[in-house]
Design a protein. Structure first.
Length: 624
């Protein structure tokens, strides 16, 4: 495909040469729109109105680096809704950015198949001391080689107010945050990832925009009051003039995969996206991303985060679904977390039996239409026909840690032996595993919620809102102040700098688990059918997994704090222990290991299972 044929963003500022810039903006709420270059003279250049209330024009300017803003009806000055750069913050003028000319070296890169993903979620600002895209690059070898992940997942990077934020308060969807390093920094990071065979997933927010610096409502009907969201006005995907709104957000998705070579988009909280159009925005966006990805010769994925347990999200379009490639499974996290911590507050009250975890392994969702005590209604839909690899699973992520009053990680809630079982549950599952930054070595620093709004009233509203959420969920703690610098600083992690033996042991365990997942096809992501599960009242779960090639595997996961015995169910034959938490370096000296070999015959036999165990057996016997 030639450069001329490649999809190009038709919004915002596009420089041509060193002295001309083309501008295009949708502004149905304005009668006139002009471009103003701030400075001594405040030069203004009127744009011509086109069909559907787009205003556009080519202006003689000095090109990249030029600051500009739009003047609406000769009065309001506003940054560009499609700004590629906000170097001075969300309230200040936009900046013209060079679009072409970055020295990409990833010409060999063709994306990554869904089944090969082992995700590492990170927050750019707290992952390194510098808090920039480029500061992540020196740690990529650590992630790829010492940990073994195959993709990084960046929490949202679009320009948000101030210097500290999770990213979900972004208000310029096309502008990588200036303090993170802007467009050039993000491109360097993506290029460096691809050089190490790491894919890049970007978290994007298409359900709302943040409360500070959000000027889209001055240009047109981007928002609607017809649907409530916890974060502000919903996006207008199905009301009057929604075609242009849909174009804006679909263009944003295509912008990331074309100009930044992003490999997958993680759509935040799609249960907050409301659209009663015949063609749902999720289906239209996914179709566009897949189509442009094919044109680019790359596999590009669309992944959803959803609280709805709606299988339509990942069902094929021809079967009435939206056709997304995968979605997060909150149920998996909740089922595993409850087994590990025995917490019953909030939505954890809906989980508890080990059978819930078994269902999450096979079906993705535990709740598929049955009544939820927490929600006081039926919840979810059947996942029949869906594949295990269409679900992203984890034992920790930014939400499940950061929405606790103290930002508590699992490492501060349960012993290391239980942490190892949690890791094995995620990394040896048939789903797509996700690790949250620092988890791989047992980081104990919290991951707190933090913001940096300039309006004191907004800061107070955030503080009060968080406290109300904690109370509604059932937490007794009051939580921290999210508006302080300390909340941000205390959330920093220290990857690749593990000096104490405990962290080294945990890192080695994660590396071994990931190594087994990569080495043994049976332990990778599964399209279904090559998995059998057994659960026992003694809080033990056994997975029997196999693939077309390679050995079969048995995974024994024990959540009992005391040793027990069970009759192991598996095909007959001799099974050799490949990995065992107690027998690894750093295992509990008082904890016994499972046998090095299991000989399973026609008659079941009682086998000792240590407390909090994670053990893998393999055999070369013929597949079942």
């Amino acid at each position: 495909m030639t450069t001329e044929d490649q999809w190009q963003l038709d919004l915002g500022a596009r420089p041509f040469g060193a002295s001309e810039v083309f501008f295009r903006v949708w502004a149905p709420f304005a009668q006139t729109v002009a471009v103003q270059t701030p400075g001594r003279h405040h030069d203004t250049f009127p744009l011509e109105k086109q069909d559907s209330w787009y205003f556009q024009g080519t202006i003689s300017l000095s090109g990249p680096g030029t600051r500009y803003q739009y003047v609406l009806d000769g009065q309001k000055t506003r940054p560009d809704p499609a700004s590629r750069s906000q170097p001075d913050g969300v309230h200040m003028p936009s900046e013209v950015v060079a679009i072409d000319g970055f020295p990409w070296t990833d010409h060999h890169w063709r994306g990554m198949p869904l089944e090969r993903l082992i995700l590492y979620e990170l927050h750019t600002g707290t992952f390194t001391r510098e808090g920039t895209f480029e500061a992540i690059i020196p740690f990529l070898d650590y992630l790829a080689n010492e940990v073994g992940v195959t993709a990084i997942e960046l929490m949202p990077v679009a320009q948000f107010p101030g210097t500290r934020n999770w990213g979900y308060d972004g208000v310029y969807p096309f502008a990588p945050h200036a303090d993170y390093g802007g467009s050039q920094g993000l491109k360097r990071l993506v290029d460096a990832c691809h050089a190490r065979n790491l894919a890049v997933v970007l978290d994007v927010v298409y359900n709302h925009l943040g409360p500070e610096g959000n000027y889209l409502g001055d240009f047109g009907p981007y928002f609607t009051n017809r649907y409530p969201t916890p974060w502000g006005q919903a996006i207008n995907y199905d009301g009057a003039d929604s075609a242009q709104v849909r174009h804006y957000f679909i263009s944003n998705a295509l912008y990331w995969i074309t100009e930044f070579h992003i490999d997958a988009l993680r759509l935040d909280a799609i249960h907050g996206i409301f659209d009663f159009s015949v063609l749902h925005i999720l289906e239209e966006l996914t179709s566009a991303v897949h189509r442009v990805g094919e044109q680019l010769g790359r596999r590009v994925l669309v992944i959803a985060e959803s609280d709805s347990n709606d299988a339509r999200v990942i069902r094929p379009m021809q079967d009435g679904g939206y056709g997304l490639d995968a979605q997060w499974s909150d149920d998996f996290h909740h089922a595993l977390h409850t087994l590990l911590t025995h917490e019953t507050v909030g939505y954890y009250q809906d989980f508890g039996p080990i059978d819930d975890l078994a269902t999450a392994f096979t079906d993705g969702f535990v709740y598929q239409g049955q009544a939820s005590a927490f929600r006081k209604r039926r919840h979810g839909s059947s996942t029949d026909g869906c594949n295990a690899l269409q679900f992203i699973t984890c034992c920790q992520n930014h939400d499940q840690i950061g929405n606790r009053p103290g930002g508590d990680r699992l490492s501060t809630l349960i012993p290391d032996a239980s942490l190892k079982v949690a890791a094995a549950s995620v990394l040896l599952a048939p789903n797509i595993p996700l690790i949250f930054m620092g988890e791989e070595y047992g980081e104990t620093a919290p991951f707190l919620y933090f913001v940096d709004h300039s309006d004191p009233h907004l800061q107070a509203a955030v503080r009060d809102g968080r406290q109300a959420e904690y109370k509604d969920f059932g937490w007794s703690e009051t939580g921290h102040d999210p508006t302080t610098t300390n909340a941000f600083e205390h959330s920093r992690v220290h990857p690749g700098m593990q000096t104490d033996s405990r962290q080294q042991i945990m890192l080695r365990w994660y590396r071994q688990l990931i190594g087994l997942r990569k080495e043994i096809p049976a332990l990778g992501a599964s399209q279904g059918g090559m998995l059998r599960l057994w659960t026992f009242p003694e809080q033990v779960l056994i997975m029997h997994r196999w693939a077309i090639e390679g050995p079969q595997a048995i995974v024994v996961l024990g959540f009992n704090p005391a040793p027990t015995k069970i009759d192991i169910c598996a095909p007959e034959g001799t099974w050799t222990r490949a990995l065992d938490a107690p027998s690894e370096e750093g295992g509990d000296a008082d904890q016994t290991s499972m046998p090095e070999e299991l000989t399973i015959g026609a008659k079941s036999q009682s086998t000792p299972v240590p407390s909090f165990t994670a053990t893998v057996y393999i055999t070369t016997n013929p597949h079942p």
